[in-house]
Design a protein around this ligand. Structure first.
Ligand code: ATP
Length: 488
């Protein structure tokens, strides 16, 4: 923006000088010369930045990647041509040029690409899609050329037959052509990538394989997915319980842990965590243990680390007594409803602020990862979400802004009931539904569920207030203390 304003002002000054009769020709020539020098320098610098990320594979092997057995098998199969190029050629098989790893952030896509380099004894260079895109036309294309050149050079230098070029955030570089504002630069960069990939097979010296990673395969230009380019896609999803256990084992290998640690329980309690979050969990547990001067990491540190990874660091911020009481009642509302709906479902509740939350209730995780829900199960989740606000209303006479996230969550769950054809509207096509009809149905579901929550908490008001006052006293109730309070 600043550059545009500057350019506009300079043109304005030149026009003004010309009008008042000053000869501006030498000035223009001088300006052009200066501009050219600047652009050349900028281009060189930018290009250097582009290949700056050429790294080694860090000696990563497929054993260091947990919970991705299917992805690893598919990947290994595709790597055969780097391992046995002659056999592949004899069979007349067209060599594979690109593999696309598709999955949410932090699931191990970069790790897989590095492991592939180790597995095939190839050189490894990497870059991220965002590094290619500059304001100046041509710079991105130049960086693409240099990345491929660097891969070939590196393979030669290291005496390797193959090289893997890893491009992270491929959707930035390979988005549908014409979809970006400064589309000329984006399109040129993408075209250059396609040219490089097409040229891969004509290079007989080094077997190059391009591995792209993205979490938005839908944004990619069709040309990039065409056979002969990234024609193999490998899904790298969130790990299931077994996968989470394996990842936790990998990231605790180098840490002293006590005998009471059950990685199995931690894997159970971390449904929805990515590999990166599990790595962070193991790291945070070690930091918490170190803070307490513990010699080894015990189970409680892992449990605390789960909360830390989900919600953030504990805060020193201490709300006033009135607010603390409200938070206590709110969390107790969630907990009492949860326990009534599903005995054994509450793991702990606290009014110690952490991250954005002033307090929170943690649920016990089920024995198995759950991917499907009935309407009844979704409604009972809505009841738990609304329990906090309804408890505040019953005990303190009014709700507060603290329930906003709960309401968002409840609304999402109601939406899910409607979209999945489990509401009074029957089977619907979510894309064809008028927004009004969906909203009306969601509101109705929430009103009905809210009435049930009110009823339930009114009937159990004494219990609710007992839990809230114990929570105020202790700040945190683990399952044992919570159950003891309920049965007191
Ligand atoms: P992004 O899409 O954000 O680039 P990514 O899928 O490439 O993420 P990685 O960079 O491979 O994720 O993962 C980050 C870190 O998380 C790794 O260095 C590793 O410590 C840990 N990690 C992620 N997935 C796994 C896994 N499947 N097994 C073991 N560790 C993992």
């Amino acid at each position: 923006m600043l550059k545009e304003v500057l350019a506009g002002s300079i043109v304005g000054v030149f026009v003004f000088l010309a009008i008042i009769g000053i000869n501006i020709l030498p000035l223009i020539l001088f300006g052009l010369l200066g501009g050219a020098v600047f652009l050349i320098f900028e281009g060189q610098l930018a290009a250097m930045k582009g290949i700056g990320k050429a790294t080694t594979g860090d000696n990563i092997s497929f054993d260091d990647v947990g919970g991705q057995e299917t992805a690893i098998n598919e990947f290994k199969e595709a790597l055969e041509f780097l391992l046995h190029p002659k056999v592949i050629a004899e069979m007349g098989i067209r060599p594979l040029k690109g593999i696309l790893l598709v999955g949410p952030p932090g699931t191990g896509k970069t790790l897989l690409a590095k492991a592939a380099a180790g597995y095939t004894k190839s050189a490894f260079v990497s870059a991220s899609g965002s590094e290619f895109i500059e304001m100046y036309a041509g710079v991105g294309a130049k960086r693409v050329r240099q990345l491929f050149a660097e891969a070939r050079k590196k393979a030669k230098r290291e005496g390797k037959q193959g090289a893997i070029v890893f491009i992270d955030e491929l959707e930035i570089l390979g988005a549908k052509r014409g979809s970006n504002q400064s589309h000329m630069e984006y399109d040129q960069t993408l075209n250059q990538l396609l040219v490089e990939m097409d040229g891969v097979s004509t290079d007989n010296q080094t077997n190059l394989l391009v591995v792209g990673a993205t979490n938005r395969a839908d944004m990619l230009d069709a040309a990039i997915l065409r056979p002969g380019r990234f024609d193999r896609q490998v899904a790298v999803g969130l790990p299931d319980k077994k996968g989470r256990l394996k990842i936790l084992e990998i990231h605790t290998r180098n840490k002293p842990i006590t005998d009471d640690v059950s990685l199995d329980d931690i894997a159970k309690a971390t449904f929805g965590f990515s590999g990166a979050q599990l790595e962070s969990l193991a790291n945070e547990a070690a930091i918490l243990a170190l803070r307490d001067n513990a010699q080894a990491i015990s189970h409680k540190y892992f449990i605390e680390a789960i909360d830390k990874v989900i919600l953030g660091e504990k805060l020193d911020r201490q709300p006033g007594n009135e607010e603390l009481k409200r938070v206590g009642i709110h969390e107790s509302g969630h907990a009492v409803v949860s326990e009534m709906m599903k005995p054994g479902s509450v793991s702990s509740l606290t009014i110690v602020p952490r991250g954005q939350a002033l307090g929170f209730m943690r649920k016990n995780t089920p024995e198995y990862d759950q991917y499907l829900y009935t309407r009844e199960e979704l409604e009972s989740q809505i009841m738990v979400a609304l329990g906090g606000a309804v408890a505040e209303e019953i005990v303190l006479g009014a709700r507060s802004t603290g329930a906003r996230n709960d309401f968002e969550q409840a609304w999402k769950l109601a939406h899910e009931i409607v979209r999945c054809g489990m509401s009074g509207l029957g089977v619907v096509n979510a894309d064809d539904m008028p927004k009004d009809a969906t909203s009306k149905e969601c509101s109705q579901i929430l009103q009905e569920v809210e009435a049930e929550v009110l009823q339930l908490l009114l009937q159990n008001r004494t219990l609710l207030e007992m839990v809230a006052s114990k929570l105020m006293e202790e700040e945190t109730l683990d399952r044992e203390l919570f159950v003891a309070t309920l049965s007191a």
